[in-house]
Design a binder for this molecule. Sequence first.
Ligand code: ATP
Length: 277
Amino acid sequence: MTTQSFVAPALQFERVDAAYGVYRALFGVSFAVAPGTVKALLGSNGAGKSTLSRVATGLVPTTAGTVSIGGVDVTGREAFQIARMGAAHVPEGRGIFSDLSVEENLTLLFRQRAGRKCVGECLMRAYDAFPILKDRRKQRAGQLSGGQQRLLSLANVLVVPPALLIADELSLGLAPIVVDAVYDGLREIHRSGCALVVVEQQIDRVLDIATEALVLEHGAVVYDGPVAGALRAVEEVLAARGESRQLSPVASRPQNGNAPVADRPEPKDRPNEGRSS
Ligand code: ATP
């Protein structure tokens, strides 16, 4: 007789509904993300991608169904409890102190997550991955551009990887060269064994890193399977919406992990984000 070992999914939704007040945003969503795999989360504007991400990390409650992380039912748990179980959501601004410098932020995070003795080594790894953070290490985090703040959040999970990372529209509004740095970071996080759910508008970017894809439309799953079928599923969704257009095939891009990181200038009057936790 052979025994098969069961490995619990890093994330599993079973018939999950979610709502904002009377407005229902998710309808019976079921899927699983196996440990160490990368699931692309695709869909049109308003399809429910961000809602699904927030439900997964406890930021939005379910109204029906079950959410499990690593085989543990976390339905109804608070976001901080889910974070302690090894699930991270980037970007969500939490854990960044706008009045502290970049280095003070990283030092605090690494001291909490890796221990005081490891802080120096963790800082080195963070600066190696994102040299722009080294250049800005004395600058207050609140003065960083949105993209640089995203790199700061990502540096934290990159150096001390969670078991599950929900990466929600990381490339939004970033210059292509910064997006390259972000995706190099995601690849490194994935190499550490972390399961990823990547929400992304730039389909070719995410399908380049993903092993599977989930396509949402009107808050329901319309495709869950290998990336090879995802483009067709998205095209069908667009055609049904009367927005038929040819999507680009999965693009291969040059590996330029050491390229300098630039960022689009942020408006000077961008509100200074306080600590949100
Ligand atoms: P986008 O790519 O535009 O961010 P999305 O796929 O991430 O879209 P969601 O942001 O999850 O979609 O939105 C799903 C639905 O829920 C949309 O119809 C949206 O208007 C609605 N919604 C999202 N956030 C809220 C909120 N805080 N209050 C009320 N309705 C919301």
